[in-house]
Design a protein around this ligand. Structure first.
Ligand code: ADE
Length: 242
């Protein structure tokens, strides 16, 4: 079966190799999708990172390339087979053994900016995007796949979750953000949500800009922003620290 490949010259790993994302999916045609656009897409086109989407069905069984079967113990839906997924994972790891191997699932640990930062600092990721009722637990355990969730809701498959994870990682790669974009003051960097932003016009529908932002007093502005960040975090995300 034809496996669409973006950026087909995936270099052999080593120093100076671009960050690599490899995605195992039943729908490789979903990639790069939104990852081919704007900041992250420009970075892909310029080789700051590479992406390869691989068809899981290439490892399917029999004439129909079967990848799933009914759940052991009964129940609704279908489960992706351990032998098929292991074959896909092993083949994907053969020339890239150091990628962080992740299975996207709502049962996983919540994705955090701290985990994203770590993944962006590594050689890249191998992402397994599931469909149906999920993947046989034995292959998750046997291949030591890290289970990650992008939030407490259920998507129809792991592909969009994989794209979310990739977008979050790629924007942190060296050279991806322009010099004007700051990573230091954004949400979660100080354990807080970011302070609110404003721009022109000075007066809009009867609302003026917060006075302090027009003061030119950078110390006062920084203090106001800090207290706004703390206030909004307390209200919206009491679970975050502080
Ligand atoms: N697959 C389906 N739902 C998901 C979620 N919330 N996070 C990660 N992968 C998923």
């Amino acid at each position: 079966m034809n496996t669409p490949v973006q950026n087909p010259e995936v270099p052999t790993p080593g120093r100076g190799t671009p960050w690599h994302a490899r995605v195992l999916t039943l729908f490789p045609e979903m990639f790069p999708g939104p990852l081919g656009i704007s900041l992250v897409g420009t970075a892909l086109a310029s080789g700051l990172w590479t992406l390869q989407a691989r068809q899981i069905r290439d490892h399917g069984l029999g004439r129909h390339r079967t990848v799933d079967d009914t759940p052991a113990g009964g129940g609704a839906g279908m489960v992706m087979r351990a032998d098929v997924i292991a074959s896909a994972v092993d083949a994907a790891r053969a020339d890239q053994p150091h990628l962080a191997a992740i299975y996207l699932t709502p049962r996983g640990a919540p994705l955090t900016q701290a985990r994203v930062r770590k993944l962006a600092q590594g050689p890249g990721v191998l992402l397994l995007a599931g469909r149906f009722e999920g993947v046989d637990q034995r292959v998750i355990d046997g291949r030591q796949l890290e289970e990650i969730s992008i939030g407490d809701y259920v998507l129809s498959g792991g592909e969009l979750a994989a794209m979310v994870l990739l977008d979050a990682c790629v924007r942190l790669l060296p050279g991806v953000l322009g010099a004007a974009d700051s990573l230091t003051e954004e949400s979660f960097e100080g354990g807080l949500l970011e302070y609110p932003q404003f721009t022109r016009p000075r007066e809009w529908e009867g609302h003026s800009l917060p006075e302090v932002l027009l003061s030119g007093d950078h110390k006062k502005i920084a203090a106001w922003r800090q207290s706004e960040a703390e206030r909004i975090t307390r209200v919206r995300r009491p679970d975050l620290k502080r």
